[in-house]
Design a protein around this ligand. Structure first.
Ligand SMILES: C[S@@+](CC[C@H](N)C(=O)[O-])C[C@H]1O[C@@H](n2cnc3c(N)ncnc32)[C@H](O)[C@@H]1O
Length: 242
């Protein structure tokens, strides 16, 4: 049976990019760019698998490929292979027409069709709060990542401060579904979007779970006063607990 989340992304795929940029006032582009530049900084460390060369990337829950595109732009020729993984075919089929140089692979974040240590770098943009179990997705990411490799999770975590609670509690439940309905005709998907943020883990709890899965937390970056976060996780170079 097709999961309701997958069905929902299939249905909103044609308006996804536009609404993403519109609802975030273009900030999503800046957040992805920051994350990719930070990943590049990590890579420059000669301790990390020889620095900036032969980088393989898996952009998991990659949707229409914007995060992979930003990564490719940042890494240039150093990125020798990029894969966008997602379970929604509707989202994935937009990767190639956008001219993104990446293979689109339909797969489930909870059970990745890749062997151990297949990728040096991983991204997960706004996907973690959509999977049935963040711990399971982290464990799978840990497995397919090389030792010393990094996973960047860009996400809206459960709002903590007063401003964000007000925004997600009062403004967003009205404004976001209204705009979603107007531009995509899919109000329910945008009701889900707000609910999924309120229901998701606070960033601290997410980091604790990532550590329990064997990751080291390399950096946590808050964007726009905690509206979203970039969480940078490293698979230890030496023997892991995962
Ligand atoms: C909010 S979109 C993010 C897309 C893209 N990463 C971005 O930055 O715009 C979330 C994506 O996660 C995908 N997704 C959700 N659960 C998934 C799962 N269990 N396995 C694979 N993809 C999943 C959805 O299909 C959707 O494309």
């Amino acid at each position: 049976m097709v999961s309701p989340v997958r069905k929902m992304f299939d249905e909103i795929a044609n308006r996804y990019d536009f609404l993403n940029h519109f609802l975030s006032c273009g900030q999503d582009v800046m957040w992805r760019r920051y994350c990719c530049r930070q990943m590049k900084k990590f890579c420059r460390d000669p301790q990390v698998f020889g620095g900036m060369r032969d980088i393989s990337l898996l952009d998991m829950c990659g949707g229409t490929g914007d995060f992979a595109r930003s990564f490719r732009k940042t890494f240039g020729d150093a990125c020798v292979q990029a894969v966008v993984g997602d379970f929604s075919f509707g989202m994935l089929r937009r990767v190639r027409p956008k001219g993104i140089d990446a293979a689109a692979v339909q797969c489930d974040a909870m059970k990745l069709p890749f062997g151990e240590a297949s990728f040096k770098m991983m991204l997960n943009g706004f996907g973690m709060r959509n999977v049935p179990d963040a711990r399971g997705a982290l464990q799978e990411s840990f497995r397919v990542l090389e030792r010393g490799g990094y996973l960047c999770v860009l996400e809206f975590f459960a709002p903590r401060n007063i401003f964000n609670r007000f925004f997600y509690g009062v403004l967003a439940p009205v404004f976001i579904p209204l705009m979603g309905a107007f531009f995509s005709g899919k109000r329910d998907a945008y009701v889900y979007l707000v609910q999924s943020i309120k229901r998701f883990l606070p960033v601290k709890d997410f980091c604790r779970i990532a550590e329990e899965c064997g990751f080291e937390v390399a950096k946590v970056k808050s964007f726009n006063g905690g509206i979203s976060y970039g969480v940078f996780l490293r698979k230890p170079a030496e023997a892991s607990r995962g």
